[in-house]
Design a protein around this ligand. Structure first.
Ligand code: PLP
Ligand code: COI
Length: 350
């Protein structure tokens, strides 16, 4: 039998906090809870990073699983902020409903995140490095069954890893190419944060990366005329007059918590009009700035988009636009506790 190679937990004092990137790093403790006999059992922290499940688990065969992504931030005063974890809990409940899985109660979800951050505090990047502790909650269907039906048991887990930039760091613009593939179907699972959507995105992402793009842009699966998402992030743009923040509205995209936060900040802090609507791929010249937004992506300014043979460049293509910069400062300032947060956006890790 071949032994599984289990990565060791790195010594946190050896980590280069300023250059973490976005890759798996094992931290000491993670949370696990089981759903059996119709109820969630008490969860606990474990050092075991392997998940031991039945070979027939629905998560493995039929994609009955979903996940979340949120971050913990070290503030200047040493305290730790979670950004809108209630929104991730609610979204995971919506994903679970779509996939016929039991919801994890919001209180349990947030408590699990708090426990994992507390237990792995030595791995939280210091204030000022631009890093954060990324939390990956997941919910999987497990147990002995081969029928295409919902699983008899479920596992909810949360693990943590220190991360830096997903795309290029800070406000350096990235370049994207429009994919011919769809990541989701019009009435499919695009709005659920489920692995199947990401499996569908692996090949288009690889093709974009081979052509030296940061990622690909997906168009709406029904008409292929409107922008939907930017890889694993949402899209936004600023109109040429600098007055409106626009972001796609679609039932097949993920309801990005960052996107909804930016809609609020654009309106309430920058005094912009906001719109969730149609962003036509052949009308990019209506916009002076564009960006990708998400938990991992934060705000990644879009320098250019290649659509077929047409290259559209935003501004010089090498610097973020001024409104993108203001939105970035507001969002990141709130996350690291430097700017006042709207009510209930920040949960302190106790
Ligand atoms: N769209 C997709 C497909 C994603 O995977 C993500 C990441 O979570 C987002 C958008 C951004 O969502 P959020 O801002 O909630 O992280
Ligand atoms: C996140 O931003 O949390 C995501 O889930 C994107 C990830 C798949 C890289």
């Amino acid at each position: 039998m071949t032994a599984t190679i289990i990565p060791a937990v790195p010594d946190p004092t050896t980590l280069d906090w300023n250059n973490l990137g976005f890759q798996y790093l094992k931290t000491p403790l993670r949370y696990r809870a089981h759903w059996r006999n119709g109820a969630w059992q008490a969860g606990e922290l474990t050092p075991d990073a392997q998940v031991h499940i039945s070979e027939s688990s629905t998560a493995l065969h039929y994609g009955q699983q979903c996940f979340e992504g949120l971050k913990a931030y070290r503030c200047a005063d040493g305290s730790i902020n979670l950004f809108r974890p209630d929104q991730n809990a609610q979204r995971m409940a919506r994903s679970a409903a779509r996939l016929l899985m039991p919801a994890v109660p919001a209180e349990m979800f947030i408590d699990a995140c708090q426990q994992v951050v507390r237990a792995n505090q030595a791995y939280l990047p210091p204030y000022g490095t631009g890093g954060s502790l990324y939390l990956r909650p997941f919910l999987i269907g497990v147990g002995d069954t081969i029928a295409v039906t919902s699983a008899p048991e479920f596992i909810f887990g949360v693990f943590a890893l220190p991360v830096g930039a997903y795309f290029k760091g800070g406000l350096t613009p990235s370049h994207f190419v429009v994919s011919d593939y769809d990541r989701a179907a019009p009435n499919g699972t695009g709005a659920a944060k489920t692995g199947g959507n990401y499996a569908a995105s692996l090949l288009p992402h690889q093709q974009a990366a081979e052509r030296h793009f940061a990622d690909c842009i997906y168009l709406d699966p029904a008409t292929h005329t409107k922008i939907e998402e930017v890889g694993a992030a949402n899209f936004f743009a600023i109109t040429q007059d600098g007055k409106k923040f626009v972001t796609p509205k679609s039932s097949s995209i993920l309801a990005s918590i960052t996107k909804y936060s930016l809609l609020t900040l654009a309106r309430e802090r920058l005094g912009l009009d906001t719109e969730e609507g149609d962003v036509y791929i052949d009308r990019l010249s209506d916009y002076s700035e564009a960006g990708a937004c998400g938990t991992a992506a934060v705000i990644a300014p879009i320098g250019s988009i290649l659509y077929g043979d047409t290259l559209h460049t935003f501004g010089t293509g090498t610097e973020a636009g001024p409104i993108t910069g203001q939105l970035y400062n507001e969002l990141v300032g709130i996350q690291y506790g430097e700017k006042p947060a709207p009510a209930d956006w920040i949960v302190k890790v106790q």
